[in-house]
Design a protein around this ligand. Structure first.
Ligand code: MLT
Length: 204
C-alpha cells in the first residue's frame, strides 16, 4: 500500500497508523499525528480503493452503505500490510495506535472488529459501525477514543452509540467526545484526543 513512514524519537516506541477520510491521502493526517504524539513513529497509509478519483479504504454501495465483502478483504489487506511494515521498518507491532478520520476511522474500527491485538489503541474521528451482527474479538483493556459530532449528517449519533456499545461489550475502554458540530474535524476534538492519549496510551 502507498504510505509514508517516519521514524519516531529515540525512546518513543509507539507508532501512529494514520488513515485518511474519503478523497484524502497519506499526507492529510500528518499534522494531526504531530499534535497527538510528536515523538511517535508515523505510518500513514493511502487507501487502495479509487471511487471516481477519490481514495478510500474500502468500497461502498451508497453513502453510508458499505460493501461488506470488500470491507473484509481490505481490512485483511491493511492488517497484512501492517505485519509487513513492522518487519520492514522494525517498529513494535504491539504498540500501533490507529488515528483515523471518517472512512479511515471505519477501516480502523474494522481492524478492531476482525483482529484481536491488531491495535494497541485507536482514535476514531467520526466513525460508523463497520459491521453489524458479528462477534468481536477480545478487546480487553484496549483504549478507544471516539470523536463525534451531534450534527454529523454522515455519522448519525446512533452510530456512535452502537459503536461504543459493541466495543465496550468486547472489553475495550471507550471514551466518547461529543461536539455540537457536523462531520468536519475540529481543533477542540483533536485537543481532547491528545489529552485522552496522554492519559490512556502507554508505551513500554
Ligand atoms: C464511509 O463511507 O466510510 C463513511 O460514509 C464516511 C465517508 O464518507 O467516508
Amino acid at each position: 500500500m502507498k504510505h509514508i513512514f517516519q521514524k519516531g524519537e529515540e525512546g518513543n516506541n509507539k507508532t501512529l497508523l494514520l488513515l485518511h477520510g474519503t478523497g484524502g491521502d497519506e499526507k492529510d493526517l500528518l499534522p494531526i499525528g504531530d499534535m497527538i504524539d510528536p515523538g511517535a513513529s508515523i505510518l500513514s497509509v493511502r487507501g487502495n480503493v479509487d471511487e471516481n478519483g477519490m481514495n478510500r479504504f474500502f468500497r461502498r454501495l451508497a453513502e453510508g452503505v458499505f460493501d461488506e465483502e470488500d470491507l473484509i478483504f481490505r481490512t485483511k489487506e491493511l492488517f497484512d500490510f501492517l505485519n509487513h511494515a513492522a518487519e520492514e521498518y522494525g517498529f513494535d507491532q504491539n504498540l500501533v495506535i490507529a488515528v483515523g478520520y471518517s472512512n479511515g476511522a471505519n477501516i480502523a474500527g474494522s481492524l478492531l472488529y476482525h483482529y484481536e491485538n491488531s491495535l494497541a489503541a485507536a482514535v476514531l474521528l467520526h466513525p460508523m459501525v463497520p459491521r453489524r451482527g458479528v462477534e468481536l474479538p477480545n478487546l480487553h483493556g484496549t483504549p478507544v477514543f471516539i470523536g463525534a459530532g451531534k450534527n454529523d449528517p454522515i455519522c448519525p449519533a446512533q452510530e456512535t452509540i452502537d459503536l461504543e456499545k459493541d466495543l465496550t461489550g468486547a472489553g475495550a475502554l471507550v471514551d466518547v467526545f461529543w461536539s455540537n458540530m457536523g462531520h468536519q474535524l475540529t481543533r477542540e476534538e483533536i485537543d481532547h484526543a491528545e489529552a485522552w492519549y496522554k492519559k490512556n496510551v502507554k508505551g513500554v
